[in-house]
Design a protein around this ligand. Structure first.
Ligand code: NDP
Length: 313
């Protein structure tokens, strides 16, 4: 029967979770890591990763995560499939209940549950995922040099992604459902000043089309009014930028979150408001959201765990 008591429980298996596992296992803390619903995290749904240091020829997202996982296992991380469904941070040691009903007791916890990009919910988004549909311009924009792309959303992220893509692609559409951008004035101005960005206001996406790869999108403007009009745009890439949802639902009774649900870190470390509970990666980072920055946060959380445990002894 597997051990259900640990000095360090890591929840989540993206770059932050695996890096925390590499560090804590090398420090002889015998961590248990629960991989969650999507082992490997968001990177397993991207294709080529070219900006993670150490891979001069690039690496696929799934391969990168497999490498990180193997590195953590090499030092003895107890890697477990399964989802943590609830936690109790009032108890000491802390308790985490797994979907099979088992309970893990842990002296420290690193929350690395990540965030999930929001999608529109169209069946075509799944069909063309990795074949033209992406939720990360920084990850995939490079593949659309001199091509035509569309970005969905009218917030700061959408503007940032559109601006980033406008330096690579020849033409960028922004598909905005309202008649205004929600983004900050400065971002709006940058978008409007860019000659190769065209903002399609009052426009929604009905579907996507293409033989093998994405070739275009079916759109509708002024939906539900007498000005309603359906039309198509020819595009090679379709980028979702309608927000991310941090995976913090099971922690909200204990952990301080910001107004959009991200974990608030205490000061410059990875500490949360509960001593002994730390957070790393996108779950606590609405700003950078990169694999390498998440990995860096995982390292910091592991070092904070070590220090915390040493201080307890
Ligand atoms: P936001 O929630 O600010 O914006 C989401 C955008 O997506 C809105 O335009 C929204 O439309 C649209 N949208 C949402 N759901 C749908 C849907 N189903 N169909 C079509 N459109 C949809 O999210 P962001 O990720 O842009 O930003 C999150 C936070 O991070 C914000 O506070 C932002 O200011 C901040 N941020 C700051 C940056 C910076 O300062 N450089 C960079 C990036 C983010 P609608 O307006 O109609 O609701």
């Amino acid at each position: 029967m597997s051990e259900n008591k640990t000095k360090c429980l890591i929840i989540g298996s993206g770059p932050a979770g695996y890096t925390a596992a590499i560090y804590t296992s090398r420090a002889n803390l015998s961590p248990i890591l629960y991989e969650g619903l999507q082992p490997g995290g968001q990177l397993t749904i991207t294709t080529e990763v070219e900006n993670f240091p150490g891979y001069p020829e690039g690496v696929t997202g799934p391969q990168l995560m497999e490498d990180l996982r193997r590195q953590a296992e090499r030092f003895g991380t107890d890697m477990r499939a399964g989802l943590v469904t609830s936690v109790d941070f009032n108890k000491k040691p802390f308790e985490a209940t797994i979907e099979d009903g088992s309970v893990i007791k842990a002296d420290t916890i690193i929350i690395a549950t990540g965030a999930s990009a929001k999608y529109l919910g169209l069946p075509d988004e799944k069909k063309y995922n990795g074949l033209g549909v992406s939720a990360c311009a920084t990850c995939d924009g490079f593949f659309y040099r001199k091509k035509t792309v569309a970005v969905v959303g009218g917030g700061d992220t959408a503007c940032e992604e559109a601006l980033y893509l406008s330096n690579l692609a020849s033409k960028v559409y922004m598909i905005v459902r309202k008649d205004y951008l929600r983004a900050s004035q400065v971002m709006q101005k940058r978008v409007f000043d860019k000659e190769n960005i065209e903002v399609l206001f009052n426009t929604n996406t009905l579907g996507l089309y293409g033989e093998e790869f994405l070739e275009g999108a079916h759109l509708v403007e002024h939906k539900g009014t007498d000005k309603e009009r359906e039309f198509d745009i020819t595009i090679d890439g379709f980028f979702l930028a309608i927000g991310h949802k941090p995976n913090t639902d099971i922690f909200r009774d204990f952990i301080n979150l910001d107004e959009t649900g991200y974990i608030k870190l205490e000061g410059p470390t990875s500490a949360t408001n509960i001593p002994g509970v730390f957070a790393a990666g996108d779950v606590a980072d609405p700003r950078y959201r990169q694999a390498i920055s998440a990995a860096g946060m995982g390292c910091r959380a592991a070092l904070d765990v070590e220090k915390y445990l040493a201080e307890q002894e």
